[in-house]
Design a protein around this ligand. Structure first.
Ligand SMILES: *Cc1c(COP(=O)(O)O)cnc(C)c1O
Length: 353
């Protein structure tokens, strides 16, 4: 694969810098292009520098674009491991299908990622809780204002050394249950990791933040009755010893962390179910004590305990606002596999050589 070198490398964040999420970017990126005649072509590594685009480029107007989020972890022996990348590529092609974006060749994307990671190894932070976040993206690049699927696309992968997703780290999060705005609906685009979903979620998130909450807990768009997810995390509840997560009914993003947690829980013998779960069941459980734990799962936030929920002006505390034992077990298991401190029993570490 062609590598276009840069003359001067960027200064890396100093050891001990609070990395936050998505604030620093590495020296290089992977790109490839699509045109109707050449299909996917011109795969290369190039300097991560600003590019210029005509303002009539279609993604700026109609948001025909998709992305993914993965992480690379430095292993104790100095190797680089990516968590389940094949799952992300498969999901990205499913998102592409939903958004009329042509399917991309997974082998080229994976090869690009591997080349990029080997080149950028020194950017992988090695302090506890940090990782190199991987952001593959496809955007429609045809210069055209007609509302039609583009005939040209840019695929790129940029990398960002990250710390904790939430400013307060592993402290339990506070969620505001949203019963007016909706994130997605069945038949909509909630199942796809597409650009517009996130723009549509910002209004409710901003209102929640003004009230001191970390995130919005979304309900189904039809009845505003069933719990869906958090917008960057899937949700789990421990109710009377059973671990419950909303079923993938078509409006929920099928998280890879969610899928991994389900597998760990099943193999460890927990009672697990994927089903519809109403917000009334959750708050009733919080009231009578049968709701033992709640947590969110996602690549960015990993496993994030939920300590407080507000629904219709009523506040509910879960597990005294502390991280529960199942939450902790999953956090330790998933991060142990990611950071290479536990054996890779499920074959989830993809070692980059
Ligand atoms: C990315 C994402 C998640 C989490 O998915 P993972 O594959 O676990 O990172 C959950 N919900 C939404 C809306 C997302 O975009």
């Amino acid at each position: 694969m062609e590598i276009i070198q840069r003359n001067v490398l960027k200064e890396k964040p100093k050891k001990g810098t609070a990395l936050g999420f998505g604030r620093f970017f590495t020296d290089y990126m992977f790109t490839m292009k699509y045109t109707a005649s050449k299909v996917w072509h011109d795969a290369k590594i190039e300097p991560n520098e600003p590019k210029s685009f005509d303002l009539a480029t279609s993604v700026f107007h109609y948001a025909q674009g998709i992305f993914e989020g993965m992480k690379a972890f430095l292993q104790p022996d100095g190797e680089i491991a990516v968590f389940r990348p094949e799952e992300n590529w498969a999901r990205m092609n499913r998102s592409a299908a939903r958004m009329c974006i042509p399917q991309f060749p997974v082998e080229t994307a994976q090869k690009g990622l591997e080349t990029l990671l080997k080149l950028e190894k020194d950017w992988i932070p090695n302090e506890k809780g940090t990782a190199l976040y991987i952001r593959p993206t496809i955007v429609a690049t045809r210069i055209m204002l007609g509302v039609h699927a583009s005939t040209e696309y840019l695929f790129f992968i940029i990398l960002s050394p990250v710390g904790s997703y939430y400013a307060h780290g592993l402290e339990p999060t506070k969620l505001l249950v949203e019963d007016f705005y909706v994130r997605s609906s069945i038949g909509g685009t909630g199942e796809a990791k597409c650009l517009g979903n996130y723009a549509a979620s910002m209004k409710a998130a901003e209102l929640a933040e003004e009230k001191g909450f970390d995130q919005v807990l979304w309900l189904d768009s039809n009845e505003k009755k069933y719990v869906e997810e958090v917008g960057s995390m899937n949700m789990f509840f421990v109710l009377d010893g059973e671990v419950v997560t909303p079923a993938l009914v078509g409006s929920i993003l099928p998280g890879i962390t969610r899928k991994s947690c389900l597998q760990v829980l099943k193999e460890k013998g927990y009672r697990v179910s994927e089903r519809r779960i109403s917000i009334d069941e959750v708050v009733e459980g919080a009231r009578n004590g049968t709701l033992q734990e709640a947590f969110g799962t996602g690549t960015a936030a990993v496993i994030s305990p939920v300590g407080f929920i507000r629904y219709r002006e009523q506040d509910y505390t879960i597990n005294n606002g502390k991280m529960g034992t199942i939450t902790k077990m999953l956090y330790d298991t998933i991060t142990g596999i990611q950071y290479g401190t536990l054996p890779d029993d499920y074959g989830w570490r993809s070692i980059i050589r």
